[in-house]
Design a protein around this ligand. Structure first.
Ligand code: SAM
Ligand code: SF4
Length: 323
């Protein structure tokens, strides 16, 4: 396979990071991500097959994409998830396969995922309180997610991160205890601003609080030099891991964006918050390469002023895009 070194978009950004959603389905129903009744079931024939996903990863790699994140929906409800990870990690040019999960199915999958070539995992956890966890996920239990984090730490991933969506009036009182996880365990914690997605979410404007709130609540945080990707990094004294602040609303990072998303039903999304989509289902390798090139060149400069007052223009909820 001839490798083109880099894909540069019309705004000079190098695009090298593919987020692949392997399913829209999930075993939880987080209030900001997915409607209570779940998703409207699609025909299997309308979703990407495993072979199409791998062909898409190969097409991306031929254009210089080298980082891959497997996401969803919940990727671990997908029966063939180990095979997808294994085959994706073996694609020439892909040097990092990471996975984002709610963690609840990790206790039996952490070790096999690590063996399948997954190097890092991000685990979503918005609260350490049993009742709040049941409320926000409309399911629970919290113990399953905590067992997932523990199993990930034990499985030898290169990094384990906890992702917390910061929600004013819901979990801002837990900023300290969630941050403390970086002292007790060898993990990083990322606080992420709540984004007003398509039609889900019963959160009002005052739930969307800036990540700076974390700095106000934790005056002991010290800035950390180095790349945290789109996160600004800090550390608590004596901590084993970093605290990262990801601020898509209050300090957007579009100028540094290097990603393209591929939805489970086969659409490339150049920007999380734009309705633009480029279908790849049913295409051969050359057809997919062409669509990746179009998607990169159509990547907008910015997410278009997403704010607490201005909802995302994505046209889909997060579970149907791939967070
Ligand atoms: N099911 C997996 C999980 O929960 O980690 C992967 C998919 S989920 C869509 C990926 C990430 O998107 C999660 O960390 C979740 O908290 C985040 N997310 C979903 N909806 C969001 C929203 N409206 N604002 C901010 N983050 C959101
Ligand atoms: Fe499922 Fe993840 Fe969405 Fe929660 S955030 S409903 S776990 S896909």
């Amino acid at each position: 396979m001839r490798k083109v070194l880099n894909m540069v978009d019309s705004f000079g950004r190098t695009i090298s990071y593919l987020r692949l959603s392997v399913t829209e389905r999930c075993n939880l129903r987080c209030r900001y991500c997915m409607p209570e009744e779940g998703i409207c079931k699609k025909r299997r024939a309308d979703m990407l097959t495993e072979d199409e996903m791998i062909l898409a990863v190969k097409a991306a790699a031929s254009l210089g994409f080298h980082k891959l994140r497997i996401t969803g929906g919940e990727p671990l409800v997908k029966k063939n998830i180990l095979s997808i990870c294994d085959r994706a990690a073996a694609v020439e040019g892909i040097d990092e396969v990471c996975l984002t999960t709610n963690g609840t199915l990790l206790p039996r999958l952490s070790k096999p995922l690590r063996q399948a070539g997954v190097r890092r995992v991000n685990i979503s956890l918005d609260t350490l309180d049993e009742n709040r966890y049941a409320y926000i996920t409309r399911r629970g239990p919290l113990s399953a997610a905590l067992a997932g984090i523990e199993s990930a730490i034990g499985a030898g991933f290169e990094r384990v991160k906890v992702n917390t969506v910061l929600i004013g009036g819901f979990n801002d009182s837990e900023i300290g205890s969630l941050a403390e996880l970086t002292v007790r365990y060898p993990i990083d914690v990322r606080f992420i601003e709540l984004m007003p997605m398509y039609d889900s979410g019963d959160f009002k404007e005052n739930a969307m609080i800036p990540c700076e709130t974390v700095l106000d609540r934790l005056p002991g945080l010290e800035p950390v030099d180095g790349s945290g990707g789109v996160a600004k990094l800090y550390r608590l004294p004596g901590a084993q891991g970093d605290i990262g602040l990801i601020s898509p609303l209050s300090r957007h990072f579009c100028g540094e964006c290097s990603r393209i998303r591929l939805t489970a039903d086969g659409y490339l999304k150049p920007c999380l918050h734009s309705p633009a989509e480029f279908g790849i289902k049913g295409l051969d390798f050359a057809g997919m390469v062409g669509q990746f090139q179009r998607a990169v060149m159509e990547k907008p400069a910015c997410h278009g002023g997403l704010s607490a007052q201005k909802r995302s223009g994505a046209g889909r909820d997060m579970n149907r895009i791939g967070g």
